[in-house]
Design a protein around this ligand. Sequence first.
Ligand code: ZN
Length: 193
Amino acid sequence: MAVRVLKHQKRCKFCAAAKSAEVNLVLERVRNGDIGRVAALVEIEALGVVRPSIENIKSHFYGKTPHVEVIPDEVVQEENAQRAEIVRKIGTGEIEMADLDEGLRFLATVYLEQQRDKYADGKDLGLTHDHFLKLVGESTKRKTNDAQAKLLDALGGGIGMVFEKALRDAPHAPAIEAGDVIDADVTEVIEDA
Ligand SMILES: [Zn+2]
């Protein structure tokens, strides 16, 4: 039996319990009818939860939005096998490594599509003036970054070309001969008359 956290609630005694996993397993025994709620409360208190109540059990385990769900071992094993299979396929190349830009575009498209549906259904997207300004700012920043990247690329290319040319020309360049040594004695100081 494994416990999956659905919605951790800081103010819930059972979610916040140091031995939360054990508490959930006690509650699962309540659901199975192995023990009653009062007996469960005694066990839960022994696990370090101060004054647990039936109300705590209800909201944590049986509420409209329970905080956890208990999953049978077979389901856990099946899920683990699926994950292991994905990892194996990435290793063998059966699944290609994701292209980050492509992935971001995909997620952005799904997200925007969902937002469009919500908006079309008459739901408020909660957009504020701040959101708008932030979007404008991000857009401007991105354009500046793109321009900088292009400049650096061009500059990098230019420097590369200079080095390439130098390397290409090097074997044909005339050997540097020892220059004439200028004898200091030869140098005359012309004085103005
Ligand atoms: Zn809880």
